[in-house]
Every structure is written in structure tokens, then in C-alpha cells.
Design a protein. Sequence first.
Length: 114
Amino acid sequence: QVQLVESGGGLVQAGGSLRLSCAASGSIFSMNTMGWYRQAPGKQRELVALITGGGRTNYADSVKGRFAISRDNAKNAIYLQMNSLKPEDTAVYYCSYRGYRDYWGQGTQVTVAS
């Protein structure tokens, strides 16, 4: 089993920054892909960013140049630095771990006020 716990969400003004953290525990392999997804009210969950065990990253077009995903394999953790936040970034952000199936955290709310 894999457990994921997100933290770092909150309320921020447009143009501001937040840093999300995700701590993973359980049957974790550091070479597996992890990532961040988000779901806004009334919308489907969408990919924000992925990072492989080797550090390769992939971003949604909507966040390229503003968000940065990173990981610390020694701590079994990933992070999402979010800069230049926009109201349309408002969503619940979920951490994911790609094992024999996809695992999800409980989510953390990010609200960007205009």
C-alpha cells in the first residue's frame, strides 16, 4: 500500500506563490513516476505536472513557466512550486504515485483570489 499526504495549500492573491508538498509512505520505489493533478469545481481532474524517478518533468501547457515540480527521493517527497498564480488555478490539488495502480492523496485546496 501507498499513502500520500499533501500540504501547503491555502488562499493567495493573484500573482502570489504557494509551495505544495507531498509525503509518500508505504511500498514506495524512488524510480516510479509521481505527479500533481488538480480538480476545479464542476470540472474533471487534470494533469498539472509529472516527474519521473530520474527527474524528467512534464507540465500542462497552462502552467508551463509558472509551476515547477521537484522531488526528494531520500524523503519520498515531491513538491510543486507555484508562482504567478491566477484565479483559474483555483482547485483541489492531488498528489499521485504511479505504482501497479495509481495512488492518490486526499487533496489540498488552493484558492487564488482576484
